[in-house]
Write a protein that binds this ligand. Structure first.
Ligand SMILES: NC(=O)c1ccc[n+]([C@@H]2O[C@H](COP(=O)([O-])OP(=O)(O)OC[C@H]3O[C@@H](n4cnc5c(N)ncnc54)[C@H](OP(=O)(O)O)[C@@H]3O)[C@@H](O)[C@H]2O)c1
Length: 246
């Protein structure tokens, strides 16, 4: 089934913007959820010009406020009476030794707790939901904790494990669950970093995501070669891993 109604959560992310502009992504309806309402209205205005056939519905929400989960779930369920999919792009990378507890909590909320609680609400009764596909942008950082970003990596490992279980639970209902694991991507999230080896463009990642949705893949690394780099990293014995500096 080709899903034509999509909810993009974290719609102002550079990867989400690249997907919206990708010419093979042709939804009938888009619900765009983001924190920055001014950017959101700009995106809606731009969409009216570029893809006038798409019906857009902007929702302003701060995903660090997990008390908003039920509200968002009910807005989604009331809005969509036909099959729809959710792509969760939102993420925070606040990972240096000076990050405050508040920042670390917000990072855990946005990267893990909010999507987990949202999907638990949406899939309370999987046979009744119209949600037929969910996609979450995780990260290769969740595959193995590194000194440079292990607090962020832990949130991505948590969502990865959660999605693995959810995928198994929803399998018999025919609901598709895709975990996306990008390496570095040239977006505003990493513009402060000086070294971003093998960084991909948001356009490349968006295209990989769309192809994976169509092929109903379950886990993808993007670009593809990150799978093999992470395979090696995951299997390095801990005593060797300790000595690597990257
Ligand atoms: N860039 C990379 O190298 C890389 C690598 C692996 C995985 N990823 C993942 O890819 C996803 C997309 O990130 P990106 O690279 O496209 O970077 P990005 O452009 O900075 O996107 C991150 C998005 O998350 C949103 N967000 C953050 N906190 C939020 C909150 N409290 N409420 C609502 N929205 C919030 C941001 O909105 P505001 O701008 O309004 O805060 C922004 O739109 C993230 O999950 C990230 O972890 C990125």
């Amino acid at each position: 089934m080709l899903i034509k109604q999509w909810i993009l959560i974290g719609a102002t992310s550079d990867i989400a913007k690249a997907l919206i502009q990708y010419n093979e992504f042709e939804p009938h309806a888009l619900m765009l959820c983001a924190k920055n309402s001014a950017l959101l209205s700009q995106m809606v205005d731009d969409l009216k010009v570029r893809k006038p056939q798409v019906q857009t519905n902007p929702i302003t929400i701060d995903l660090s406020q997990i008390e908003k989960v039920n509200w968002l779930a009910s807005v989604i369920q009331k809005t969509f009476t036909e099959p729809y999919g959710i792509i969760y792009f939102a993420g925070i990378l606040d990972d240096d030794e000076t990050a405050s507890k508040e920042k670390i909590i917000a990072m855990n909320h946005v990267n893990f707790l909010f999507p987990m609680l949202l999907f638990e609400e949406i899939f309370k009764n999987p046979s009744e939901t119209k949600c037929q596909s969910i996609v979450v942008v995780g990260s290769v950082a969740g595959d193995r904790g590194r000194a440079k970003n292990y607090r962020y990596g832990a949130t991505k490992a948590a969502i990865d494990t959660y999605l693995s279980g959810l995928r198994q639970r929803l399998f018999n209902f025919g609901i598709h669950v895709l975990t996306v694991k990008p390496g570095f991507v040239k977006t505003k999230m990493i513009q402060h970093l000086t070294k971003t080896p093998l960084a991909a463009t948001p356009e490349r990642v968006a295209k990989d995501i769309w192809k994976a949705i169509q092929k109903r893949k379950m886990v993808i690394y993007t670009p593809w070669f990150m799978r093999w780099i992470l395979f090696i990293l995951r299997h390095l014995p801990e005593k060797w891993f300790l000595k690597i500096k990257f």
